[in-house]
Design a protein around this ligand. Sequence first.
Ligand SMILES: Nc1nc2c(ncn2[C@@H]2O[C@H](COP(=O)(O)OP(=O)(O)OP(=O)(O)O)[C@@H](O)[C@H]2O)c(=O)[nH]1
Length: 489
Amino acid sequence: MKGPPLRRSRSTQVLLRFPIIFSAYWLAWQAASLFEVYPNVSAFYASAGLTVCFTMAHGLIGVPALYLSIVAVRILDLPAPGFSAIVLLDPIREICVYGLVGAHLRQYWTRPNYRFSLPIAVRVIYSAFLASLSSALLATRTPALGSTPAELLGTTVLSFWGGDFAGVMITVPAFMILYRIFSPPLNGGSMNLIDALRTARALSLVIYPLLGLSIALFSVALPALLEVDTRIAILILFPVVLAGLSRGTIVGFLVATVSCATLLVAGSALGFNINEPIEIQLILALAVALGLMAGASHDDKEHAWTLATFDAVTGLPNRYMVMDRLEDALTSARRTKTTVAVMYIDLDHFKEVNDTLGHHAGDNLLKQAGERIRNAVRRSDTVARIGGDEFVVVLSSVDSIEGADHVARNVLSALEQPFSLGARMVTISASIGVAVHSITSQTTDDVLRQADHAMYQAKSGGRNRIYHSSTPCAGTAFVLGELRSSTSN
Ligand SMILES: Nc1nc2c(ncn2[C@@H]2O[C@H](COP(=O)(O)OP(=O)(O)OP(=O)(O)O)[C@@H](O)[C@H]2O)c(=O)[nH]1
């Protein structure tokens, strides 16, 4: 497994982001100005969209770079360039309103096991309103804008309710609903987390390109069907951002390429109105820039999440993740009146492997042991390494105590087989404690503690055996024979 990359300092990150944001915003400005009804209006909304996307992906840390980029592009592109109050102040207002929207959405988006949350939506809208009001008050202090304070306050508040507020009201629910549909929570199903991740990735390779393709076809066909000059190709940026944010850079690029290629090929092959090549180029460049930004942010998030929830030696979920999975399993067991069992597995005399063959061989053995335990249980069960030579298995649905014991015996015999560590074969054993959840008031901690307690009894009972704690303190031993941990050539 790859180690964590070297992190750059925060100030360097912000500086590095400036050229990327500048390019993305300049492209957004150019692309949006092709769809204008009133001069520059679409371009302003493009900057609002970029602000939401950026702050959602990277947080408020990039705001200085975002602000500088917007100001720089406006100075270069507005008909009367220069450091006018509107060039300097309007981005502040937009970043306040839309930056807060993005920052709040980030709280939702960065959760590994996110759930739809109405309070977040309410907080987003409330804080966007406060930001808009503050920026209106700020505008009244700016004589350069040339209106009376009351007029300015009125105009800014009205513009918020007419424009920004509508934008916020559409952006927040649309994002939450679509993100929910296309990126279902990974702990929701009965699958193991790793399998769930694999399935989500495989699905996203189909769903997002299909979404980009449909929007591209729709945007090519619409002007021909309606016989109007409505250009909506910019909509393909939406699946690109969603794909980048939820599945990473490669899927983001893939969706950008599929959508833009469809625009080009479908436009000429079907004889529909195809936009000017410059528009396609802008859309393509913008799609790629957004795919890169959103995807990089997803990759960062996934890396942080992997570090926080998976064990680096075995690649299995860690203590944090297994507790989360156990909580889910108990909740569902209470609802469906089924039984959950927890196995606490501790390898016997593992220290000897480290001492005789070294830590590298020890790591190798832990990895192989993890794989064997995984292969001995069902796909829907969770296997985790929670520290040292300790593993926990959550059997999400067992028929009876005997069923759990049967699985524990399978695990024990899988671990008995010799391990190949380089040129050496090593034989070890394990002590297993099993606890079965049956009482409705039992918490995750209770069940885990009981399994741990039973495992300690198995250790003190002579190791290489299974105890289960049908009663909290007394275990029942299933002695499978005494095997000393041994190493041989
Ligand atoms: N190779 C390796 N060893 C580890 C790792 N984490 C902990 N250990 C070692 O695992 C050993 C755990 O030993 P213990 O469980 O205390 O003792 P044991 O030798 O297994 O003996 P019993 O559990 O009493 O049968 C310690 O020597 C730790 O240093 C790891 O990530 N890699």
